[in-house]
Design a binder for this molecule. Structure first.
Ligand code: FMN
Length: 328
């Protein structure tokens, strides 16, 4: 078992957070990860307060593991944060300037706060605002990219800048990456793209297939999917190049249909919505967010199996490095 300041703080057994990933990170996925000893996360963007509450109560009925709930942008319902904080151990913020009032709200509800940042200055601001941990997001990361720095130099700068547990995010998809981040001083890792190819992910099968097919340099930061609340602030997200080329080439205003509890809605061209199982249409031209780590993803596995193999593999690799370095 790998023990770090993060596992000590949260009481989890694996220092791996499955990143919140918009509509891709299903409650099923988050629960599976939490049950396996990691941190399972869901996102709240576009969800009504009552829906968030019901979803969390249902998830809490399925696991006592560590769950996180993510809030994006400055347009945040304070009551929803309070609801989330009273139900899960971590409230997660991203894509807004760190705010002491939001951190305070989460703390008063009984949760710890993780703020994902893209620079050392932002990490410092998050900790000054009261965050209990930060996720340092390198520019290799899938989805919306906050900063410009590759993970390793950013991680080192953030570790120097703050004295709370730091999670490393971006470009990590296997046990080698987990071990490397921990060896550099991270207390945990936050992985998104790898979890798209799990049995519990809500990603559309064509999206999963595109991730499996992706090789080196298959992703790019783009503003092509700018019908998006995050892109109103800063239009930059890392997406598969194939999807960027397809959306530029397609000659329609509506690329698909999404089935929901209230019936069907149209998916406009350039929508921020990633293709999930309840969406049909031109999947190839939708927002297939993915990090450079997609090049390392070549199997679909149950999430619990993935968490266990990452943890066991990283532990073995760290032990082997310790032995080989000690032998010199
Ligand atoms: C499909 C997808 C959706 C994402 N959506 C969110 C989100 O809703 N909230 C968030 O904080 N981060 C989001 N991210 C970014 C992750 O938090 C994290 O920084 C990233 O996944 C790490 O890089 P990796 O994809 O190489 O593992 C998303 C990433 C992906 C791949």
């Amino acid at each position: 078992m790998i023990r770090t300041p993060l596992t000590d703080l949260l009481g989890c057994t694996v220092p791996i957070q499955q990143a919140p990933m918009g509509t891709v990170s299903s409650p099923l996925l988050a629960v599976a990860v939490a049950e396996a000893g990691g941190i399972g996360s869901i996102n709240t963007l576009g969800l009504a307060r009552e829906v968030i509450r019901q979803r969390l109560d249902h998830m809490r009925g399925q696991t006592d593991g560590v769950l996180a709930v993510s809030f994006l942008t400055d347009d945040i319902d304070a009551d929803a944060v309070a609801d989330a904080a009273s139900r899960v151990p971590i409230v997660d913020f991203f894509w807004s300037t760190p705010r002491p009032d939001l951190v305070d709200l989460a703390h008063r509800g009984g949760a710890l706060v993780n703020w994902q940042v893209g620079s050392a200055a932002e990490a410092r601001a998050a900790v000054e605002a009261g965050a209990d941990m930060v996720s340092a997001q390198g520019v290799e990361a899938g989805g919306h990219c906050r900063g410009d720095s590759p993970l390793l130099p950013l991680l080192c700068q953030v570790l120097d800048a703050v004295d709370v547990p730091v999670l490393a995010a971006g470009g990590i998809a296997d046990a080698r990456g987990v071990a490397a981040a921990l060896a550099a001083g991270a207390s945990g890792v936050r992985m998104g793209t790898r979890f798209i190819a799990t049995e519990e992910s809500a990603a559309h099968p064509d999206y999963v297939a595109a991730i499996l097919a992706a090789g080196a340099n298959s992703t790019r930061i783009t503003d092509a999917f700018n019908a998006c609340p995050l892109c109103e602030v800063s239009p930059r997200a890392r997406v598969l190049v194939s999807a960027i080329e397809a959306v530029e080439a397609i000659g329609v205003d509506v690329v698909g249909t999404m089935k929901g509890t209230d019936g069907e809605t149209s998916v406009p061209r350039r929508s921020w919505l990633p293709p999930t199982r309840n969406i049909s249409g031109h999947i190839e031209a939708m927002a297939m967010y993915a990090g450079e780590s997609a090049a390392l993803v070549d199997t679909v596995v149950p999430a619990a199996q993935l968490v266990r193999s990452l943890a066991d593999g990283a532990e073995a690799r760290l032990a082997s490095v310790r032995r080989s370095c000690g032998a010199r």
